[in-house]
Design a protein around this ligand. Structure first.
Ligand code: ASP
Length: 606
């Protein structure tokens, strides 16, 4: 017991009059009428130390010199506080330690910010992350994360899944992002890719007969960072052999129910509702709808087939759609606010947005109402589900643009109308997405999930004939507007795998060059298999009630992948580059930031 006899969370009135020894950080120091009070903080909470010059003059003197966040160790007798100084906000608020021993284990210099300051610039917080992580909120978040991961392991171990590791230095695993490459010193000119996911290895483990696998896996994707995305992130990677979609669904529902119960004591309603990808796009304009809100998009295209209303007519004639979304209470928006919403829609690619306010008597007020027949107005009102006081927003365009814009508008309206969510946790399965999406820029098909996803049995005939119509045995879990995980039943038949590669423009030679190991494995008794990969960062962000995954990652990166703590990425010296047989070829604007033997040599080689 050199440093402590109790963690503060173990201290309560039952040990009053006993000796305690505690260790932690100075949360605050106060001098009141000659007595010095220190709030000592450890991972269990806070305990008040009181130093009386009459009890311990030297310690009292020392206490005066302490700064916040110094690391200290103290001992003394636990006593009841005087009733008038009881702190009901503190678990140990009725007691205090009459301190007779005080040792400074490590002094604290000038702090870049006070822990109590909630408004510190994020870069400053990350640059001093070791200090930032001392905050109660960050301690809570990261401990919650640990509890969540433990709960995942508990559940999967219990259900016969084996935790296995797969390589980090590997070949490209396409998940639709750019690879991070690592030059191979021993094979000059060759590169490892960091895994975008362990996808191919987990499939190989199924061929190997492990049948049920999981891994808390770090994945790397070189893509734009957002509040819910990091260049490196952690997912709970799962795969199982002989699995149907139904089996995956119930396993995942059980997993989430267990994690929610263990972390925040919430009981989830299972099974989760299922919505087809097609319906999600139609009704919510998104494949990750926030289902805590009831707002739904409605289609008018068939009912308005004969319309003379210009924009709608034009869109329908061009093979597009007419869709509407009602905003509850949005009838109160001023003309200017309506214009702002139109601008918002334009930012998302709309050419325009028509609006209709539903008056008390059920009539429609709108600059364009006069272009609509009574019947068109009736259908508009009926299908949108709008009531007096609401506003209806109408778009006519291609299906893709209409989905995108109304989906974004739905999210925006929820925010600006400050709508009340109908539940805390709106989980849903989004199922049967397309196998392929048409990539306009590249003018070719790309995988909607990844190239190893099995088409539905009915879609096998469509692969070459009508790739856009082929549906996949794939599924996502969405929660409160976030995609929490994606997964699928995989292709375990070499022929089907080759056909999918072909549609994706990967011919035989390229398939062999990139994926021969997979194709060979599929020739050797590969069982049917499927899996999923919940994103742990996002999951914990939602459990913690945070808006940003950086708040649940110990050492996250900022924009452009920069880590303000270590200053990574950093230049390397020319010697290191030479060893890797690499030479830099930078545009002049960036050359100054890169490593040169002169610039870096001084710092690194000394
Ligand atoms: N590999 C997929 C991903 O990272 C997940 C899966 O299909 O299991 O999104």
């Amino acid at each position: 017991m050199k440093y402590r006899s109790h963690v503060t969370s173990e201290i309560d009135e039952s040990i009053v009059d006993g000796e305690v020894r505690v260790a932690g950080w100075v949360d605050s120091v106060r001098d009141h009428g000659g007595l010095v009070f220190i709030d000592l903080r450890d991972h269990g909470g806070i305990i008040q130390l009181v130093l009386d010059p009459a009890d311990a003059p030297a310690e009292h003197e020392l206490a005066h010199t302490l700064r916040n966040e110094a690391c200290i160790c103290a001992a003394g007798r636990l006593v009841m506080r005087d009733p008038e100084v009881v702190n009901p906000n503190l678990a140990t608020g009725t007691v205090e330690v009459r301190t007779t021993e005080l040792e400074v284990l490590s002094r604290a210099g000038v702090l870049p910010f006070q822990l109590s300051d909630e408004n510190v610039d994020e870069t400053v917080r990350l640059r001093h992350r070791y200090l930032d992580l001392r905050r109660e909120r960050m301690q809570r978040n990261l401990r919650l994360r640990a509890t969540a991961v433990r709960a995942m392991r508990e559940y999967l171990d219990e259900h016969g899944y084996v935790e296995l590791e797969t390589p980090v230095l590997t070949r490209s695993t396409p998940e639709g992002a750019r690879d991070f490459l690592v030059p191979a010193r021993m094979r000059p000119g060759n590169f490892y890719a960091l895994p975008q996911s362990p996808q191919l290895f987990k499939q190989l483990l199924m061929v190997s007969g492990f049948e049920r696998y999981y891994q808390v896996a770090r994945c790397f994707r070189d893509e734009a960072q957002r509040a819910d995305r990091q260049l490196e992130f952690t997912q709970l990677d799962i795969e199982q052999a002989f699995a149907t979609r139904e089996e995956v669904y119930s396993m995942v529902e059980g997993l989430f129910a267990h994690v929610w119960e263990r972390t925040i004591g919430a009981t989830l309603a299972t099974p989760f509702p299922r919505i087809s990808y097609h319906d999600a796009m139609l009704r919510y304009g998104s494949d990750k709808p926030d289902l805590r809100f009831e707002l739904e998009i409605a289609d008018l295209t068939d009912a308005w087939a004969e319309t003379g209303f210009g924009v709608a007519r034009g869109a329908i004639d061009a093979g597009g759609v007419v869709r509407v979304l009602a905003g509850p209470g949005a009838g109160r928006f001023s003309r200017r606010e309506m214009d702002e919403l139109t601008d918002y829609a334009r930012e998302w690619g709309a050419r325009g947005l028509a609006w209709f306010v539903v008056e008390e008597d059920g009539s429609l007020r709108s600059p364009v109402a006069k272009f609509l027949s009574d019947e068109e107005q009736r259908v508009l009102l009926e299908r949108s589900g709008a009531a007096p006081g609401d506003a209806i927003f109408l778009m006519a365009d291609t299906e893709a643009t209409t989905c995108r814009v109304l989906g974004a508008l739905r999210t925006h309206l929820i925010e600006i109308l400050q709508l009340e969510p109908s539940s805390d946790w709106a989980f849903a399965w989004i199922v049967d997405p397309p196998v392929f999406d048409w990539d306009e820029d590249e003018q070719r098909w790309s995988p909607n999930h990844h190239p190893f996803t099995a088409p539905t049995d009915e879609s096998l005939d469509l692969l070459e004939r009508d790739p856009g119509a082929a549906r996949a045995k794939a599924y996502d879990v969405v929660l409160n507007g976030f995609e929490l995980c994606s997964g699928s039943i995989r292709i375990h038949d070499q022929d089907v795998q080759r056909r999918v590669f072909e549609v994706l423009g990967i011919d035989r030679a390229e398939a062999e060059a990139r994926f021969s190991f997979l194709l060979r494995a599929l020739e050797m008794g590969a069982p049917p298999h499927g899996g999923i990969a919940p994103g742990i960062d996002r999951m914990v962000m939602l459990l913690a009630g945070e808006q940003n995954i950086r708040e649940v990652i110990a050492f996250p990166k900022q924009q452009y992948g920069i880590d303000p703590l270590t200053d990574a990425p950093a230049p390397v010296d020319t010697g290191q580059l030479r060893e890797l047989s690499l030479a830099l070829d930078l545009p002049p604007s960036e050359a100054g930031q890169a490593g040169t033997s002169a610039a870096v040599g001084a710092g690194r080689d000394g």
